[in-house]
Design a protein. Structure first.
Length: 229
């Protein structure tokens, strides 16, 4: 419920101790937001494949707004994937959930990537449970997946990825019967919840794999997850 009062707008009811807080009550939502002004490797489970002549790196970039830059080693299929160390989000009936991220990859065709919520997995490109965006090696098509117990509802080629160009993706679970997916602020479709992974806690998950023998990068501007308590 959103209640109007003389000082502004609140999402609390009359009598709540934060009714006149002057801002929306943050305790109504479980929220993760990272703008990557800071980065601590210990906060993440990092799964890396390195067969090239160097090593993968994860580091803050000098960029307005804060950016985490992932750079792979330079062999084909070298990869670097990050997942928050704890699984703290679960799709639940009557609880809305939002996910939004802005990122880019250096090579839109010769790479694979994922961005979304998944279970913790050392093979995130073959994950059994999650809701996420994915791009496969050999094309520039952005796909959207709702996956439970290794069975997926998939929306293929919902958008086109472009080399070194930021992409804003989002999805919204209405707490009931659908998951809407968005690119660039535009709703592109709705997925049914047949394969919604509602029996597993999930975590923020993203990363990139080389599709050729050259180092590929992923730059992540921000990630937001918010779920009703």
């Amino acid at each position: 419920m959103t209640t109007h009062f003389s000082g502004g707008v609140s999402n609390t009811q009359t009598g709540d101790p934060l009714y006149k807080y002057g801002m929306l009550d943050p305790t109504k939502w479980h929220t993760f937001f990272n703008d990557f002004d800071t980065y601590t490797a210990a906060d993440w489970t990092i799964t890396t494949v390195e067969a090239g002549s160097s090593s993968a790196t994860e580091a803050l970039a000098d960029a307005d707004g804060g950016v985490l830059l992932i750079t792979n080693d330079n062999a084909d299929d070298d990869s670097d994937f990050l997942q928050l160390s704890a699984e703290t989000y679960k799709f639940a009936s009557n609880k809305k959930l939002f996910f939004k991220a802005r990122f880019k990859v250096s090579d839109a065709t010769q790479s694979d990537f994922k961005m979304g919520l998944q279970i913790t997995d050392t093979t995130p490109l073959a994950v059994t449970d999650g809701v996420y965006f994915q791009k496969d090696d050999g094309d520039a098509n952005l796909d959207f997946y709702v996956t439970k117990d290794n069975t997926s509802t998939t929306a293929s080629a919902v958008s086109t990825v472009v080399d070194d160009t930021y992409l804003e993706v989002a999805f919204y679970y209405d707490g009931a019967s659908e998951v809407q997916y968005f690119v660039g602020g535009t709703k592109l479709g709705t997925s049914v919840t047949t394969n919604l992974p509602d029996d597993e806690e999930l975590t923020v998950s993203f990363g990139v794999r080389n599709g050729a023998a050259a180092a590929k990068t992923m730059s992540v501007d921000y990630i937001l997850v918010a779920k009703e308590r």
